[in-house]
Design a protein around this ligand. Structure first.
Ligand code: AQP
Length: 324
């Protein structure tokens, strides 16, 4: 039997190069080898306030992004989280397995909740819903960016604890964090990750940005002191830009460094913009190809396939726990 993959993204804001290089690119590469489930995690989105009409639209837009990026509905199951109610049901069960102390240590909650009294309980238990997404599909591998590593470790702990207390029920998943591209950083503050919710729009290259916007954003990107264009951990801004160049151009790292030897930051940024625009052009054309009807058909069939697996897992979970 083929091994399984599960991963997802939130239909909040616009997807950016970080989401693509850290996650989506690997989903596409791995779908030939693994039985793959790719979810649009709209229940995660509501852990922060969302406008209902926008959320509805963004949910379909994200399905278009998956398809345009190369997720193939003939090979992979693409579906919306709320179409498979077992996600929320298993999350409740796992909420009763998870401990307050371990959730309090989650850094994403600390960043996004900012210690506010008004942060939702859903934001606090976000990693438990993520664990339920993954464990429902008896997932072997979870391709994610570096920022999700801690949540993956919690998922493994919950699976192991459940298996120990109630008998072997879940596959314990491994993360797949790409060696390069797992943490694409902000163009304005290279110590922070590139993020959908960054208030400074110049920090982020969105997948649907037009050519002019991309060129302007790179022009405004911060650089480090010095002049060399090399991969160097002590110069995070240039290393980040060069990583993007390397991944989008497909050129080996040594060739990238050699190519820019003796050139200035201005030339480098122009070439980086060109490579990005060229890379995104066919993707942006494909996004427009899917009409609502064909999209709905793909999502309906995806939800049916996902439900068949999810309901079987939840049945086993309830049975092991003595829940009717
Ligand atoms: N900067 C990044 N570099 C590499 N990978 C990244 N991912 C996110 N940011 C980067 C990966 O993208 C996948 C989907 O992310 P998500 O929709 O769950 O959003 P997120 O992780 O909360 O990060 P975002 O996109 O920046 O959104 P906000 O601003 O809302 O936090 C995940 O696999 C993630 O690791």
């Amino acid at each position: 039997m083929r091994k399984r993959i599960f991963s997802g993204a939130q239909p909040t804001g616009e997807l950016h190069l970080g989401n693509y290089l850290g996650a989506l690119k690997n989903w596409v590469a791995l779908q030939t080898e693994y039985e793959s489930f790719y979810c649009i995690v709209n229940l995660h989105a509501i852990t922060l306030p969302q406008d209902p009409a926008t959320l509805r639209q963004k949910t379909l837009d994200l399905a278009r992004i998956y398809l345009a990026a190369g997720v193939d509905p003939e090979r992979s199951t693409i579906f919306i989280q709320s179409d498979v109610p077992e996600h929320a049901e298993l999350a409740w069960v796992l909420n009763c397995v998870a401990r307050m102390g371990e959730l309090e240590r989650m850094t994403q909650f600390k960043d996004k909740g900012k210690g506010e009294e008004r942060a939702s309980v859903g934001l606090f238990t976000y990693p438990v819903l993520m664990a339920s997404d993954i464990l429902l599909y008896q997932t072997d591998l979870v391709p994610v960016g570096q920022d999700q590593k801690q949540h993956l470790e919690l998922t493994r702990d919950l699976a192991e604890r459940f298996n120990r207390d109630f008998g072997e029920t879940f596959v314990v998943p491994d993360p797949y964090i790409p060696p390069v591209g797992a943490a694409i950083m902000s163009l304005k503050e290279p110590e922070k990750k590139m993020s959908k919710s960054d208030e400074n729009l110049n920090s982020t290259i969105f997948l649907l940005d037009d050519a002019d916007t991309i060129t302007k954003k790179y022009k405004k990107a911060v650089t480090d002191s010095g002049t060399e264009i090399t991969f160097d951990g002590s110069r995070p801004a240039i290393s980040n830009l060069l990583t993007i160049y390397h991944l989008l151009s497909g050129k080996p790292t040594k060739d990238c460094e050699a190519h820019f030897e003796g050139k200035g930051y201005g030339d480098f940024k122009s070439e980086l913009a060109e490579v990005t625009i060229e890379f995104l052009k066919p993707f942006q054309e494909r996004v427009r190809e899917y009409d609502d009807d064909s999209l709905e058909a793909i999502l309906k069939s995806g939800a049916e396939k996902a439900s068949a697996v999810a309901s079987e897992t939840l049945k086993n979970v309830y049975q092991s726990m003595g829940i009717r």
